[in-house]
Design a protein. Structure first.
Lengths: 397, 77
C-alpha cells in the first residue's frame, strides 16, 4: 500500500498503464541527472554534456542486455512505445505492401496501420485470435500473399495478459522473408525476450511500465542482422552529428534520434532495468513468479467470494500480471469509479485503447475492469480489493 | 614527436561507447573537446597515448565501433 499526496492509503493496480511506485534507484537516478549531470547528451564536449551522454549510454547498454543485443547503438530511444511503433510501421512499409497484424492489437498499432490503409499506402489483413487472445497460426498461413512484407504482432495483450508464441511467429516470418515488428510494451521486464532467438526485426518497448522507468521513455530495438538503412526516420533534425550536412546521418542511433532526448527519464529507465535484472530477487523470472502468484490469488479469492465474478481469461493463461474481469450487473466504469473513490484502489476500466482485443474477447463495447499487478503489490492488497468488490456487488444502488 | 593522439568520431555516442571499452580494457585515455585545429562533427574525442594507438584502433575495430580517424596531437596540446 502506498500513501497518496493527500496522505490517504492507496492500492495501485494500474501497472499495465504505467508502473507505480518506482524503485528508489529510479528516482535517485533522475535526481542525480537533474542535479549533477544535466547537460545535453551528444551535443558538446564539456563535462556536463559528456556526463549526460555516459548516463544515456549506460541505459542503452542496459536495454541491449535486456533484449540480447550486443551492439548498444541498435537501441533507439523514443518518447514511448507508441512513437517506436509508428517509427517501425511507417518507416519500414512501402507503397503497395501487404501488412499482417492480429485481432489483439492496441490502437498504437491499429491506428497507424488503418490510416496507411485509408491513404492507399498498404493492404492490411487482421488475423483472428482465440477469445484468450492467442493467434490462429493456420489463419496466419492463409493470410500470406506474394506482397506480404511486414507483420506486426502484440507480444503480450494489455487486456488479456496472455502472450503470443513469438518464437513460432518469428520463425514463420523469417522463413518467408517477412519483416517482423513486435510490440513488447506489455511484456518487456516480465518475459525474457531475445531479439535474435525470436527472429524479431524491430522491437518496440515501453520504458515506464514493466521496466519501471519514468513516463516519457520507450524505444525501438533494431536487430543486429537487420539492415537499418531499410528503415526511414519519421523525425528529421539535429543530432549533434553530421552537422555540416543538410541530410540525416546514416548511422545508428543518431539517424532516428533527432532532437534532445529525455535524458533525465532515460537515466531513470536505466536504473529501472538494473533493478529488475540485478536487484529484484530472481530477476525477470522472479517478476513472473510474483505476478503469476498474484493473478492466481486474485482469481481464487474472486471466484470464491464474488457471486457475479466473470473472469475473461483462465488464470493459468495469464502471464503478465494483467487480469480483466467484470461483475455481473455492474458496468466496469462504475466498479472502477467506486474502487478508486471509496476504497483508494486504482484500476482501469473500459476498452484500454484496444477495441479489437475486446471484440476478440467478446467484451466490446463496455470493456472490463483491469487490474495490472506490479512487483510491489501484495496478496494482502488483493484480499482488500476482493472485499471491496464484494461490498460493491452487495450494494443496492 | 607527438606524445598523444586523438581518436575522432562521427558522433558522441560512439566516443562514449569507445571510452567505455577502453576503460574495460585498462587503456588510459581522456575525453576532451575536439582540438580547434581538427574538424569533427562530434564535440568530444578521446586523447590516448601515441604508443597505444595500435591497440586502441584494433579494439575499436574488434568491437565494431565506427570512428572517423586517428590524428597525432601536437606536443603543445
Amino acid at each position: 500500500m502506498n500513501e497518496s499526496a493527500g496522505g490517504r492509503l492507496i492500492i495501485y493496480f494500474d501497472n499495465a498503464a504505467t508502473s507505480f511506485p518506482k524503485p528508489p534507484g529510479v528516482i535517485d537516478a533522475v535526481v542525480h541527472f537533474m542535479t549533477s549531470a544535466g547537460g545535453n547528451p551528444g551535443r558538446s564536449g564539456h563535462p556536463l554534456s559528456v556526463a549526460a551522454g555516459e548516463i544515456v549510454f549506460a541505459a542503452r547498454k542496459a536495454v541491449a542486455r535486456l533484449f540480447g543485443v550486443a551492439n548498444p547503438m541498435h537501441v533507439i530511444f523514443t518518447a514511448n512505445a507508441t512513437t517506436a511503433l509508428n517509427l517501425a510501421i511507417q518507416g519500414i512499409t512501402r507503397q503497395g505492401d501487404h501488412v499482417i497484424t492480429t485481432s489483439m492489437e492496441h490502437n498504437s498499432v491499429i491506428r497507424p496501420l488503418v490510416e496507411m490503409e485509408r491513404q492507399g499506402r498498404i493492404i492490411l489483413s487482421i488475423v483472428p485470435c482465440s477469445p484468450e487472445g492467442i493467434i490462429d497460426m493456420r489463419a496466419l498461413e492463409k493470410t500470406v500473399m506474394a506482397e506480404t512484407r511486414v507483420m506486426v504482432v502484440n507480444h503480450a495483450s494489455n487486456v488479456a495478459g496472455t502472450v503470443q508464441p513469438l518464437v513460432e511467429i518469428g520463425a514463420f516470418c523469417r522463413k518467408r522473408g517477412i519483416i517482423l515488428i513486435a510490440d513488447c510494451a506489455q511484456s518487456a521486464g516480465i518475459i525474457d525476450i531475445s531479439v535474435e532467438e525470436e527472429c524479431v526485426d524491430l522491437l518496440a518497448f515501453s520504458g515506464h511500465k514493466g521496466l519501471y522507468g519514468p513516463t516519457g521513455t520507450g524505444g525501438l530495438v533494431i536487430a543486429e542482422n537487420f539492415d537499418a538503412s531499410r528503415l526511414s526516420p519519421l523525425i528529421f533534425g539535429g543530432t549533434g552529428s553530421f552537422s555540416d550536412k543538410p541530410v540525416q546521418p546514416p548511422f545508428l542511433p543518431d539517424r532516428f534520434e533527432s532532437g534532445t532526448l529525455n535524458a533525465a527519464g532515460i537515466s531513470g529507465l536505466g536504473a529501472g532495468i538494473s533493478y529488475l535484472l540485478d536487484a529484484y530477487p530472481g530477476g525477470l523470472k522472479g517478476v513472473r513468479v510474483h505476478k503469476e502468484r498474484l493473478v492466481n490469488c486474485f482469481h481464487e479469492k474472486a471466484a470464491r467470494d464474488l457471486k457475479g465474478y466473470i473472469a475473461c481469461v483462465p488464470a493459468p493463461q495469464v502471464k503478465t500480471g494483467v487480469v480483466s474481469f467484470n461483475l455481473r450487473m455492474r458496468s466496469p466504469s462504475e466498479v472502477a469509479r467506486i474502487l478508486a473513490g471509496e476504497y483508494g484502489i486504482m484500476s482501469r476500466a473500459g476498452l484500454h485503447c484496444a477495441p479489437l482485443a475486446h471484440r476478440t474477447m467478446s467484451t466490446f463495447p463496455h470493456g472490463t475492469v483491469r487490474f495490472g499487478f506490479g512487483i510491489f503489490n501484495t496478496e494482502e492488497e488483493i484480499g482488500i480489493a476482493v472485499s471491496a468488490l464484494k461490498a460493491i456487488e452487495e450494494r443496492n444502488d | 614527436m607527438a606524445r598523444h593522439a586523438v581518436i575522432l568520431f562521427f558522433s558522441t555516442n560512439y566516443a562514449i561507447w569507445a571510452s567505455d571499452e577502453l576503460k574495460r580494457a585498462g587503456i588510459p585515455f581522456k575525453m576532451i573537446p575536439v582540438p580547434r585545429h581538427l574538424s569533427s562533427d562530434c564535440g568530444a574525442c578521446l586523447r590516448v597515448e601515441k604508443a597505444d594507438t595500435g591497440r586502441v584502433e584494433a579494439l575499436l575495430k574488434a568491437q565494431s565501433i565506427d570512428y572517423d580517424r586517428c590524428e597525432d596531437l601536437p606536443a603543445s596540446q
